[in-house]
Design a protein around this ligand. Structure first.
Ligand code: CMC
Length: 386
């Protein structure tokens, strides 16, 4: 009988933060961080922000091509047919603590939504496509309904004659938005729809790679997005702008933060070492929205922060990211600052769901290694002798 010789385990190099690890393949978005390029299925984000709609962009991401008009109409109809929430869920929202954080609420409600989906554990491509549509279509209603409830206002039912952006603002405010407000939100939704293997998308892919279900993957992703180093940064940007208060205070505020080596929220990116192309577009766009809504002071403060940061830290490759100017845009549309990260989630559901479907096509469990750095060969000491 031969005795197996122990093999020396091959330990891959430790890559803190996984910045140098390629852990998935995707056909949805391409990022060139050095040049500041973002494309969805090969189309530059700028062209999409200028010309597309959120619905068309989602079709592009999920089908890897732009739709014909009839296909776009059919896709929009599928979404609209799923706008409404189950009544039991609306009743649950009415029972929720009004002071609860909206991202905690969203994470909980997306999980609760799974209880009403008869295909929840069906992992066929067809069922996952249905679930992706339901999740994308219903998330705006979850956010708007909770916001109405916490403000003591009646919950507004979805209007299926409206686009996703229009309908969200309608359910939030109880009145139809102006065209320019709805377009501003639509542009933000386009810009946030997908972004390579960012932290929340990675989290979603890890969850679905265990052959769990799409709702569980969304819940994982929402929890991951919430952090201030990821999607929570847009809210932090607005908090910072409120703290600064007016343009005269900007220089001293930023100087003090940099002196203390604090991070300036809305700046820096793991992948972009040039300006985030979403921020480039939003900068011009948010100026117009801010001017239209009497919020030009916020825009001017943001621009001054960007100027100071360009002098102080651009050499380290730190530039504004998508969250920097989206904060001003959301504020100008009249969205409360603690809903900003929910706006990000509402859009990114498109990317998360698309990545789950990609992951399941030829799935392999995502399971990296940890480098053990503790001791070996330790004695077990009985509890009364420690
Ligand atoms: N303000 C000031 N200094 C910064 C910032 C910032 N926002 N971001 C990075 N740095 C400095 C950091 O202190 C470090 O300096 P040094 O080398 O002198 O120690 C250097 O830049 C490299 O930082 P890092 O932490 O190694 O970079 P990272 O790639 O791990 O971090 C980041 C990326 C996004 C977490 C970070 O830039 C950050 O914390 N930014 C603020 C939060 C933010 O805006 N997040 C939203 C990201 S975009 C939306 C999304 O996709 O989620």
């Amino acid at each position: 009988m031969s005795i197996a010789t122990p093999t020396t385990p091959v330990i891959p190099a430790f890559d803190k933060g996984l910045g140098n690890t390629v852990a998935a393949e995707t056909q949805m978005s391409f990022i060139d961080g050095g040049r500041g390029v973002l494309e969805y299925v090969g189309i530059e984000i700028d062209a999409l922000a200028r010309n597309s709609t959120f619905e068309e962009t989602v079709f592009l991401l999920w089908n890897r091509r732009l739709p014909k008009q009839s296909e776009l109409n059919a896709f929009s109809e599928q979404l609209r047919a799923e706008y409404a929430l189950p009544q039991t869920l609306v009743n649950l929202i009415r029972e929720m603590p009004r002071a609860a954080g909206p991202m905690h609420v969203l994470r909980t409600l997306v999980s609760a939504l799974s209880l009403f989906d008869s295909e929840v554990d069906n992992d066929s491509v067809e069922a996952n496509n249905h679930k992706a549509i339901r999740l994308l279509a219903k998330t705006p209603a979850l956010i708007a309904a909770f916001d109405r409830h916490r403000k003591g206002k009646p919950i507004v039912e979805a209007d299926t004659s409206l686009t996703m952006a229009q309908n969200f603002l309608y359910m939030l405010n109880g009145s139809k938005p102006t065209e320019s407000m709805a377009r501003a939100l639509d542009v933000c939704l386009i810009l946030h729809a997908d972004h390579g293997l960012n932290a929340s998308t990675f989290a979603a892919r890890v969850t679905i790679s265990t052959l769990s279900d799409m709702y569980s993957a969304m819940v994982t992703a929402i929890g991951t997005l919430k952090g201030p180093l990821h999607g929570g940064a847009n809210e932090e940007v607005m908090i910072m702008l409120n703290e600064i208060g007016s343009i005269e205070n900007v220089d001293a505020y930023i100087a003090e933060k940099l002196r203390k080596r604090d991070r300036i929220m809305g700046f820096g990116h793991r992948v972009y070492k040039a300006i985030d192309p979403r921020a480039t577009y939003l900068k011009t766009f948010s100026k117009q929205v801010a001017a239209d809504t009497g919020n030009l002071n916020l825009f001017e403060m943001s621009r001054r922060i960007e100027e100071i940061m360009a002098k102080e830290v651009a050499a380290k490759g730190i530039y504004p990211n998508v969250d920097f100017y989206s904060a001003t845009t959301y504020h100008s549309i009249g969205i409360d600052l603690d809903l900003f990260t929910c706006m990000f989630a509402m859009s990114r559901i498109a990317g998360w769901a698309g990545h789950c479907i990609e992951q399941l096509d030829g799935n392999r469990l995502i399971r990296p290694n940890a480098a053990y750095i503790g001791p070996h060969q330790q004695p077990y000491v009985a509890v009364d002798q420690r």
